[in-house]
Each structure stands twice: as C-alpha cells, then as structure tokens.
Design a protein around this ligand. Sequence first.
Ligand code: SF4
Length: 505
Amino acid sequence: MTERTERPGLLVLAPLAVEARAVRRALPHIRVERTGMGPKRAARAAEAAKGTPAGAVAVAGVCGALDPTLRPGDVVVASEVRGPDRTVAIPGAGLLVAALRRLGIDARLGPMVSVPHLVSRQERAELAATGALAVDMESAWLAPAAGDRPFAVLRVVVDTPDRELKQVLATATGGVTGLRALRTAAPALASWAEAAGSRTVLLASPRSFCAGVERAIEIVERALDRYGPPVYVRKQIVHNVHVVRDLERRGAIFVDALDEVPEEALVVFSAHGVSPQVRHEARERSLKVIDATCPLVTKVHTEAKRFARAGYTIVLVGHEGHEEVEGTTGEAPEAIRLIERADQIDDLDLDGGPVAYLTQTTLAVDEVTDVVEALRDKFPHLTGPGSDDICYATSNRQDAVKVLARESDLMLVIGSGNSSNSKRLVEVSAREGCPAWLVDDETEIDPAWLVGARTVTVTAGASAPEVLVDRVVAALRGLGPVEVQEREVIDENVQFTLPIELRRR
Ligand code: SF4
C-alpha cells in the first residue's frame, strides 16, 4: 500500500446560468463554471478548463429525453457521450449511479448524444433508435476538458418526446422540475469525485464461475439450442441476477414451482438440487427433466440417504430456506435436523442413536469447523462425510480472499444477494480485518467505500460471471490510473461432464 499524490477537487461545467446556479446551491464549496450553450461555447470553455487544477471534471445540466420511458426530472448518467466526430467512453459512470442511489435517486445509465442544434421530433426518433437515452448540445464538446482526469456527465430530463422543449419553456414552471432535480442530484458528483485517484487492484484467483455453475449454465444453453425456447428452469439456475437475465433473453423461463410449467414441457432443475418430492411431481406431470444439479450437491444427497438408511440422525449445517438445504433435507426428512450455528446444538431433538453431520456446500470453512468441533464435543462418536461437503470452489475462493484481505484496504465481492458462497466471501474478508462489500456489478459500488482505499481486491462468487469483474475494473479505471495484479493463490482446474442427452451439440 504505497502513498500516492492526489490531485485536488472537482470542477463542474454547467452550460446555462440556471444550471450553474442550481449546482452551486447544492455544492457551495465546489468550483462550478458556466460554459455557455451550444458546441462553440462548449469547445471554448473546454479549452480553458484544461488548465484548471481539479482532480475530476463533470458536466451537469439538463437534457432532452430520447427514451420514451424517461420523464421530466429523471436523472441520466452518461455511459458514453456520442458526438458528431467521436464517442467518449465513460467507464466510471456506474459509480456515479451508485452515489445517486445512496441519495435515493434511481438514475438511468446509458449513452448521451450531443448535437449542435435543438432536435426536431423526427430527429429525436432517429436518435432514440440508436439506443441513446438522452440528447444535449454540449457534453461531447466539453469532454476534452477532462484530459486524463476522471470524467462524468450528469443530466436531468426537462423535455420528452411527447412534451418538447418549446412546450416546456412556454409554461411558467418550464424546467423547474428539472432544475430542482439537478440540485438534489448534484451532491452525488462530489461523492464520486472524492473517490478519484490512482489504485492497485488485486484480482483474486480463483474467482467467478466454478465447474458446477459452468455446467448448469451450459445445460440450459444447450437445451435452448437443441430443443428451442421456451426451456423452463425451476428456480434460478444459479444465484446470479445477470446470468438469469441473460438466459431469459435467450428464451429460458424461470419458475418457482413446477405447477407453473405446462404439462409435458421441458424443465431444468437448478445447480442447487431438488428433493425427491420435486422429482416425483415432475414425473406425475409428465415433464421432461434435465437435471443441472451440481455433482457435489448430489454427493451430499447420497450421503444423506446412506446415513439415514444406516439409522443415523443427521445434523445438517446450513441455512434455512436455501434451495440446496431444502433439496438435501428432502432426501431424509425424518432423519435430518438443521442447524446454522453451534449455539443451536443444545436445542437439537435427538433420540440417543448414532449421530452424523453433513453441511451445505457453500458455507464458510472456518465457521463450519467450529460448529463441527462443538458437535464432536457433544457427540464424541460423531460421524462425518467421507470428504468435506464444503466444495472445492467455496473453500478455494475463501482461501484466496483470506490471503489478499491482509494486503488490501477494501474487498469488492461480485455476486448477488442470494448467493451463499458470495456472502461468505464478504464475511471471510471482514474477519481478516478488510472491509468488504457484495455488489452485483459496478453500479452498486458506493464511491464512499473507495475514499482512501489504495489497494482494492476484486473477487467474484462462484455464480458471478467474469465479465462483471472486467466491468468493475473498468469502472475503477474511470477514477484514475489502476495497476492490475492477477494474484493466483490456488490453482483450480475442475470440470464436470454434461448429462448424457446434451453431450453432443
Ligand atoms: S459452488 Fe460448489 S457445490 Fe455449488 S455449484 Fe459450484 S462446485 Fe457445485
């Protein structure tokens, strides 16, 4: 963790006097320059601003909506600015979205187009068709002011495709909604700018997809290719919102229960496994089933059946309500007692017979060790599984986090809120003394976490795609120079075979 020299402060460029006034009222200690309306004035102002000492530069003002779902007062953050000659990418824009969310503002992130004139209704429709969210007349010409400094564009909608600027200005309250929203949103720019600076980013390895998740996703993809959409999937195939959305776009339909699947349709069981009761229901309804249960979850099911047949009471260590726990419990409901923590052991309802334990595959290794030790204290003849139930992917990712947490100021764990193994990574890091946050993607990284964090480790839970790691690193680069170090703590090379019916493309 090296000391670095930081450049000070934020410079806000606001084209119109009313916009500059709104931002100044919100940010009295920030330098705000009124740059003038339109490309020529913007280009001149950008040239002048290049020499202004500031650690970050932002454009703030109003805009016209292109996306018909935007309403007056909605905040738009530009992911890129498209000008007549070039497009300026803004990789750190997601962090500004997160700062706005902290203020209770649900901003839209997307491309902003800059044009040299007020747009006609026809032109607005044409620009909307390119996928741009909003239009303005300055951002593309103001962007060069940033040079190599972090850059952001925050605009508030005043006119929309069904209520154009002429109509807005003709009313007494024209633009007031937009300017009020601009004043409310402006403090997010200061939070974003405070996080600007250079950093070292350690990429924890292994991270991201495990063999069970890769297999489950490939099963759905191949089923879609082979049988065509729709392919029904019981529960989220893996616990990640991006993976689920992507497969939905390709034709997968995710359901919570089998009664939502039409008779005789194709259904995939998720990586977390199902109970025998669910399999029975699928047979009753003549569903065609492809099973994406991870082989390491199947191993736990097999152990549960074996212990139950041998007359053991099984203490299952896991989280109540988790799909994997529900599936395992369903294999031997009479024999299984679920606990989450050691302090629940004394309340266990046992009949004095032999006791075995099993665990959910995605728990924290250290915590489970403590619970098993406590179980062994109470039941000296306790029997366990042949090999650890906590899977290789869970323990490898935790080991990597443990090592890198000791070198880091901050740990960013990419994963969804319902991903057990991702949440455990956050806890492992915190136990090592490194503050950690779980984020679905870069738009959930609060810039306040990054203030003073010079060494940041980025990891991803076993269900989070690697592309999200790239996006997070790009967002951090948007705040200043980043030195990326790939840090392999454990070599991981596990693969599982696909179900036989899907092996050949
Ligand atoms: S985290 Fe472990 S148990 Fe879960 S799908 Fe991956 S390999 Fe299988």
